[in-house]
Ligand binder design. Structure first.
Ligand SMILES: [Zn+2]
Length: 281
């Protein structure tokens, strides 16, 4: 089965680096460049429902196709990302934290200054009317593997019922906060009536743990090209291979000897930080 790249974004906004240490906010200009690249390449932007349909049928998946997703439901996705997507005739799936709509993203207890505005119920309804897919990212954004069966199911099922009420339409897709997923949770998501769920890049890929590729602030043209052309796994494998490690160490010691600082914009992906991000919000 040929995998369809499912891209995972969070925010599309200009946010100072000190307030976004995980690099989850992609500046709007950069997002515009990325969508423009997909358009120039005649890439088909599938809805999650279309992609799941292709994957479940097990048939031939379309060449040059991609799925775009956003976790958390930030207001910046409504105000910056969606108009850019529409400019190119693209669509996306947006996973909302059902109990925080119109509020802020301080679910880890961080202070207000480091929390970002989330889209309102009315904005979510507007996106649904415009053809975007709205899914659930739980009720309160917890680490689900740390919850009891009862509490986890309440987050998964309760958020679906609430969103269906708010949106006035079925909610078929789910994404796990922090990409924190195991077989127990996959079973619960299926039992709650979802069609499919998105994870990060961990555990066996399945309908209820669809792997996604994180897209971050420090994405380069090369890394984005590899990600949307199916080269992400090869890239990370090379990066972690013995020759890759030797090359990185050589570059590091040469840099040290020449007393060079790291470039501001990395030219290669840092696999270590990728893994952190995938586990990130
Ligand atoms: Zn999240």
């Amino acid at each position: 089965m040929r995998m369809i790249p499912i891209l995972m974004y969070h925010q599309v906004a200009e946010i100072p680096r000190r307030l976004d240490p995980l690099g989850l906010a992609v500046p709007p200009d950069q997002f515009l460049d990325q969508m423009s690249y997909l358009s120039r390449r005649s890439c088909r932007c599938l809805s999650l429902a279309e992609a799941v349909d292709y994957l479940c049928r097990g048939g031939r998946t379309p060449e040059r196709s991609v799925v775009i997703t956003f976790d958390d439901g930030y207001q910046s996705v409504f105000s910056h990302a969606c108009p850019i997507l529409e400019k190119f005739g693209f669509t996306a799936s947006i996973f909302l934290v059902a109990g925080r709509m119109g509020g802020k993203s301080n679910w880890e207890g961080q202070d207000e200054a480091r929390a970002e505005l989330l889209m309102s119920e009315e904005e979510a309804r507007d996106l649904a009317r415009r053809g975007f897919t709205l899914g659930s990212h739980t009720f309160s954004h917890p680490r689900l593997t740390q919850l009891s069966d009862e509490a986890a199911f309440e987050e998964i099922m309760g958020s679906r019922l609430l969103l269906q009420d708010v949106l006035g339409q079925p909610v078929a897709f789910f994404s796990y906060p922090y990409s924190d997923v195991d077989a127990r949770l996959e079973g619960m998501v299926e039992k709650a009536g979802y069609t499919a769920a998105c994870g990060g890049y961990y555990g066996p890929c399945s309908t209820f743990n669809l792997w996604r590729i994180p897209c971050l602030r420090d994405e380069t043209a090369l890394s984005f090209t590899l990600k949307v052309n199916g080269g992400y796994t090869q890239w990370t494998a090379l990066h972690e291979s013995a020759p890759g490690r030797i090359l990185r160490q050589s570059v590091h010691s040469l840099r040290k000897r020449l007393n060079l600082r790291r470039p501001r914009q990395p030219v290669v992906l840092s696999h270590g930080s990728e893994r952190e991000i995938e586990r990130g919000p």
